[in-house]
Design a protein around this ligand. Structure first.
Ligand SMILES: Nc1nc2c(c(=O)[nH]1)N[C@H]1C(S)=C(S)[C@@H](COP(=O)(O)OP(=O)(O)OC[C@H]3O[C@@H](n4cnc5c(=O)[nH]c(N)nc54)[C@H](O)[C@@H]3O)O[C@H]1N2
Ligand SMILES: Nc1nc2c(c(=O)[nH]1)N[C@H]1C(S)=C(S)[C@@H](COP(=O)(O)OP(=O)(O)OC[C@H]3O[C@@H](n4cnc5c(=O)[nH]c(N)nc54)[C@H](O)[C@@H]3O)O[C@H]1N2
Ligand code: SF4
Ligand SMILES: [Mo]
Length: 860
């Protein structure tokens, strides 16, 4: 069997991605083998042949290391980190993957691994990458939909046919519906390379559609829009992060909605936190669930009702002020609006934070007792934590993004920043101002990034696209978070007729999928660029097969934290007929008449050979930016030989060190940490801003639209949160059998709640609310607080005839209502749960089996 013929294709050249065989849940081993044999027999008959056969196949006889060639590269993707992968290949086949061993960097040798220059060792996802590279779900040639949209039936097409179809449709859509007809849903699937970049702002698609003249932009970021809003407003920048190694110097680390054992934020976070532990650091976790990170560091767990964090932080602020534990010198020097003494001249009639906390304006002092009623944390614990934090120096309150993925997420992050500032833990080693937490500044773009980049004619909150499509033209600008313009298009609701997915599986990953399904039916055209079929791709009209980062030339960037670059050569030739996104957009640009403008270093032959041009872009970037701006003396050729460049910093990078130590201004309007925000205080008409709704100019507690304190708990008594999975990068890796063997998509419930509902470990349950219904196995534990359910994001949706999702994707239950600062309210969800007879399927990519839960069943 060879990948030159897709093993799942039928005699008419049609792949039916969704109907690949019997249900694994009901399949015996015997019937499974029969299906597997039938599938390989079909592949072997060779009904369709390719012009250029792809010779790669993963399971050739296993060669020894001395027969293999070693190539340094890295993972890509939006996974929370960036580690080295070392490909060991024979001919054009990767037969093994390993990782950093200290020997690849300049001056390093095998085993080299220091606090200043640690190894970049891959996690289990990275190490299983070969299974993704050579998976059955790889797209090997362009495909055009043949069945109904979403039915999953596609037919193979030639590149010429597919490109012509797309170029023709683009012209037609722009002509008929104007410059907002195509919605750009490019996202971070490939953001962390410098050349082959997918991204809402710096990405290849944004510039392509921008030059073409038809693009609606999606401006809000699922990860942390509330948090970015807070960081920009309070500190004037999202670069409020320390590098990982700074954690090793903390005496107290408060993991606030942060589980670095699962959800990576940086490449070596765990290592540095362990060093802190060894040096006597105390750990606290504020989270509805007792996480593995808390277990690893023996943290004091404070279970909190989801989305009530801003209230608890306000209660802490009250305790600190009331006991005069604040760092008043720091406040007086660096803060605006923390108290009456730090109010600027122009704001004498405005509220200040301290008086808000003491209840001067609304008659409600935000005491620990007041907070306790809201968060379910005792007043004693709130005081104890506030006392510990205020008296321990240096202390890192790491306010992660998840609690900010909430209806008023920006208030949580602004409140956390106020508490970080009042204790003087900003700009000092071992403290923390995070927030977004972006740390070391890398040079991030190697392709033309100019006046044409990120041009748009309409720009909306990303989670409001379905609302926009379904209600067009009767939509108010604030409902979709329309970004203001200074031309005649201002206020014009985009007439969205098409979507383009590039580096995103957004149909599976945004909120309220059932509403998206309604909206997608109204669209004229959908294109998906991806290297595998995805749950989004199933709904596309055209699938462009994209070469993975093993099959193209690039340089990898760290993810928010990390100070290094990893070379990513073309390790193997692209599988099947796949091309890079840059090749696809360049060729389309030629067909639409702006090829040279789009890719100025290329000629049209780029579609056949990208090597020379990509090398030119990368060399120019290295020599002109990295060497020029970052003091690197290693040349491009030497970097390529090594595969990695690690910066060695004189001291750990700490955000705002210069502001605190040297008195440089913060990059805000006032030059101070803006607890009272000057620009927020000035807004007159919120509907004319992209936010649409009022945002208070000091941090405040605002009740979210769904929570355990809401009357809706009568029908939906559980608060669902959906953190990020350890075993996947969102939806990526969901189809990897090796990883599936280690976990199952399951919902976590408190043991007391489960007992009350007659649910035991391993039962199949259904979760539902007004928006949708999903089926999953259940995990029963004392480690989750009562009233809370935990279901990880990213499972590949798998609908039955009644629109029930058998795979357990939480985004059938999440809500797409507009949150003022643009936060995605993924964690603001009420639902109910019961034992179910419905079938759970780990996913329609059913070769991947998930069996681990079977062995954990309560009755075994
Ligand atoms: N319920 C719930 N839902 C959530 C979240 C949550 O907390 N709860 N979190 C949200 C967050 S923070 C995020 S960031 C989103 C992530 O949402 P997505 O970005 O949609 O998620 P991924 O699964 O990473 O999908 C990226 C896709 O890009 C593809 N890709 C990778 N490299 C390339 C490339 O070079 N070219 C092309 N064309 N494609 C490529 C991958 O194959 C993959 O299909 O999910 C969000 N969804
Ligand atoms: N393994 C892995 N790592 C990843 C990713 C991935 O997909 N897989 N994705 C990356 C991306 S794109 C992002 S955006 C980041 C996300 O990073 P985070 O936002 O930090 O991560 P989450 O996993 O959503 O949530 C972390 C913790 O917050 C808790 N939590 C949820 N809601 C609340 C709440 O209301 N209050 C409190 N106090 N705690 C709450 C959860 O129980 C969980 O333990 O992770 C990155 N890292
Ligand atoms: S954390 Fe990310 S970059 Fe690192 S090995 Fe895992 S998937 Fe790859
Ligand atoms: Mo994210």
């Amino acid at each position: 069997m060879s990948l030159s013929i897709h093993p799942l294709i039928d005699e008419n050249g049609i792949i039916d991605w969704l109907r690949r065989g019997p249900d694994p849940a009901t399949m015996t081993r015997r019937s499974f083998l029969k299906v597997a044999m039938a599938a390989s027999a079909l592949g072997a008959t060779g009904l369709v042949s390719l012009p250029r056969p792809a010779r790669a196949f993963a399971y050739e006889p296993y060669p020894r290391d001395d027969e293999l060639q070693t190539v340094v590269t890295s993972c890509a993707h939006n996974c929370g980190s960036r580690h080295m992968l070392v490909a060991h290949k024979k001919g054009d086949v990767i037969v093994r993957l390993s990782t950093d061993n200290g020997a690849y960097q300049a001056g390093g040798q095998f085993g080299f691994d220091t606090e200043a220059v640690p190894q970049l060792r891959a996690c289990l996802r990275g190490r299983s990458y070969r299974a993704r590279l050579y998976s059955q779900e790889r797209l090997l040639y362009p495909m055009i939909r043949v069945g109904a949209r979403g039915e999953g039936k596609f037919k193979r097409a030639s590149w010429n046919e597919a490109l012509d179809l797309v170029a023709g449709k683009m012209l037609e859509l722009k002509e008929k519906y104007g410059p907002t007809a195509i919605l750009d849903q490019s996202y971070a699937g490939a953001s962390y390379g410098v050349l082959h970049k997918s991204d809402q702002i710096e990405g290849l698609l944004a510039r392509f559609l921008g030059i073409f003249g038809c693009r609606t932009n999606s401006w809000s970021v699922p990860s942390y829009q509330g948090t970015t809003f807070s960081s920009r407003t309070t500190f004037g920048t999202i670069e409020d992060g320390n590098e990982d190694d700074a954690f090793a110097h903390s005496k107290l680390i408060i993991m606030w909605g942060w589980n670095p054992a699962y959800t990576f934020h940086g490449g070596n976070t765990f290592y540095y936190m362990r060093l802190a532990k060894q040096r006597g650091c105390k750990f606290v976790l504020v989270d509805p669930q007792y996480t593995d990170a808390a277990a690893a560091y023996d943290a004091w767990w404070i279970p909190i009702r989801p989305n009530t964090d801003a209230a608890m932080l306000a209660g802490m602020a009250h305790y600190i002020f009331a006991n005069n534990l604040q760092d008043q010198r720091f406040i007086d020097r660096f803060c605006q609006g923390m108290d009456a003494g730090t109010m600027p001249e122009w704001a004498q009639d405005k509220e200040n934070f301290r008086d808000y906390i003491f209840g001067k304006y609304d008659g409600t002092p935000k005491t620990p007792e007041w907070a306790a009623q809201i968060c379910g944390v005792s007043a004693e614990d709130i005081k104890k934590l506030a006392d510990l934090y205020a008296r321990t120096k240096p202390a890192a309150l790491k306010a992660s993004w998840s609690p900010g993925r909430n209806a008023y997420g920006e208030q949580y992050n602004r409140m956390a920043a106020a508490v970080q500032a009042m204790t003087g833990n900003i700009g000092i080693l071992g403290g923390s101002a995070e927030g977004v937490g972006k740390a070391f500044h890398t040079e991030a773009v190697a392709y033309p990034y100019d006046d044409y980049a990120n041009v748009w004619w309409g720009s909306i909150k990303s989670d409001r696209w379905a609302h926009c499509v379904l209600n067009y033209p009767n939509v108010k600008r604030e409902e979709v978070g329309l970004w203001p313009r200074d031309d005649e298009l201002d206020g014009k609701i985009p007439d969205i007729r098409a979507i383009w997915w590039h580096g995103s599986d957004w149909f599976n990953q945004l909120t309220n999928i059932n509403k998206e399904i309604e909206a997608v039916k109204k669209l004229d055209f959908i294109v998906c660029n991806d290297s595998t079929i995805t749950p989004s791709g199933i709904w596309a009209d055209v699938l462009f097969p994209i070469a993975t980062h093993f099959e193209r030339h690039d340089v990898a960037l760290p993810w928010y934290k990390g100070h290094y670059y990893i070379h990513r050569p073309k390790v193997i030739q692209p599988l099947g007929e796949s091309k890079t996104d840059f090749q696809v957009f360049t060729e389309l640009a030629y067909r639409l008449g702006f090829g040279e403008k789009y890719n100025p270093k290329a000629t049209r032959s780029y579609f056949e050979n990208d090597d020379v041009v990509d090398e030119q872009y990368l060399r120019e970037w290295w020599e002109g930016r990295v060497m020029e701006h970052q003091g690197v003396t290693m040349g491009w050729d030497e970097f390529k030989k090594r595969g990695v460049y690690k910066f060695e910093l004189k001291e750990p990078h700490v955000a705002f060190r210069a502001q605190i130590e040297k008195g440089e201004p913060f990059p805000t309007y006032s030059g101070k940490i803006e607890i009272l925000s000057g620009w927020l205080a000035e807004v007159k008409d919120w509907t004319k801003t992209q936010y649409g709704y009022e945002i208070p100019y000091i941090p405040k507690w605002i009740e979210p639209w769904e929570s355990l304190n809401h009357p809706m708990t009568k029908d939906y008594p559980f608060h669902l949160i959906s953190p990020h999975p350890r075993w996947r990068t969102h939806s990526i890796f969901h189809n990897i059998p090796w990883l599936r063997e280690t976990y199952t998509q399951e919902v976590t419930i408190n043991a007391g709640d489960a007992a009350r509902l007659g649910i035991v470990m391993g039962d199949t349950v259904e979760l539902w609310n007004d928006r949708g219904r999903v089926v999953v196995p259940v995990y029963v534990t004392e480690r989750c607080m009562p009233g809370v359910l935990v279901l990880h994001e990213g499972a590949w949706m798998d609908l039955d005839e009644q629109s029930v999702d058998r795979a357990g994707n939480p985004d059938f239950l999440t809500k797409d209502d507009p949150s003022p600062a643009g936060a995605f309210a993924y964690n603001t969800v009420l639902c109910n749960i019961k034992k179910s007879d419905l079938v759970h399927r780990p996913g329609w990519d059913q070769l991947a089996t998930a069996r681990s839960h079977i062995f954990r069943r309560g009755d075994h």
